[in-house]
Design a protein around this ligand. Sequence first.
Ligand SMILES: [Cu+2]
Length: 449
Amino acid sequence: MRRAWALGVVVAAVACAGGELDRPRDAVVTTPFGSPPLAADLDPRADHVAVSLRAAPLGGSTTRLGYSGASPGPTVRARVGDTVEVTLDNQLAEPTTIHLHGVHLPYEMDGDGHGAPPVAPGERFTYRFVAERAGTFWYHPHVGAVTQVRAGLYGALIIEDPRDPAAEEVVLVFSEVPGEAFDPPSHAHATPLSVDYRRGQSWLVNGARSPSLSLASGTVVRARLVNASADAPLRLSWPGVRVIGTDQGLLPAPHDADEVPLMPGDRAEVEWRVGASPFDVVALPDSVVGPVGGDAVTLLSVAPTGELDAPASRAWGAPALPAVDLARPVDATWVFTGGGEGSDLRINGERFPDVTPTPAPLGQELVIELRNLSSTRHPFHLHGHPFRVFSVDGAPPGFESWEDTTALEPFSTRRVLVRPALPGEWMAHCHLLTHAAGGMATILSVRQP
Ligand SMILES: [Cu+2]
């Protein structure tokens, strides 16, 4: 239990959003606005965090679901080295799981729906792991995911490193508006291929539509961003921020950016130095086939209080990563095909679950080539194992990082370095959830050599 510590880190914004978890039926919350509520730590030990997440309809709704009465669900916070227990209490009418996206954990705790059976209605399951890597992660169901995620089942999972510079923190979870982006036909499962390619400009931020956030000028904010939408790429226009982290924590070399791309499943951390001028964070037109025409949409209006200038940057950063030889031989190739309306979604011509697992001996690094032979973008996600993207169409990437989700652009190739550290039949798939449900998934089979 570290309640005082945790609350101290997450700003007044949390205090105004927390406390009242039950929201009116189908309501979109507009005020007050702040980070999602913090999950209560039920374990009194200093190095243990235990939370309970009840998956259930929100306020009797048939179309909106949440965890413990909220969507996004409560943010789970722990520190590197903590033992973390997340108990799922399934009060849905159908099976579900919690997939702890991006976290290094035993295979049977991955919540992929295969390593451990899905949790039946009325049942509970406790996911247990030791937090090894600091970063901004998230959690969501991995069975019935198209419907369940779209209906509101997602939340942030933050592993902190106490050595990081101090800053105010804001957690921003972006998701599509249920019923606009997607209209569930009487709660039936979605057709796997029914992606509207022009969709993705109908957003909620922490469950609110176009909210306003008030912050004191002169504040340094560490904003932790999650794209929790099922299918919508997000291209944030956010003038003057510095990208300090991506999927797997802080970057060795933060970079300034006016745009922050976030594919479904992606996270980023930005340093946001708040000056005195009001401004909007905007979603530029984007789609699964790439940027398209259309209007930008205001996601978040920021109205600073006070007249202070933007403060100086903090010393963010992680140790430099060792170089990876661009010519390093490829050990396995995954070819992505399909994605247009009505086309078959395949990896190496196979449709999940009828796939040939790719063997990966435990402890032996391997290079996987991800080749996208389609005109659609595919956000590739590997379970349990972070990877280094070291080649994008034969050239080094723009910056060095460890990722767990990376955008495969149309007709492009990425090579990633993976260190198989945990035995298991790890899923690798497109994180457009309709594509994953349509079969665009395969297995990395990590075993003792
Ligand atoms: Cu895809």
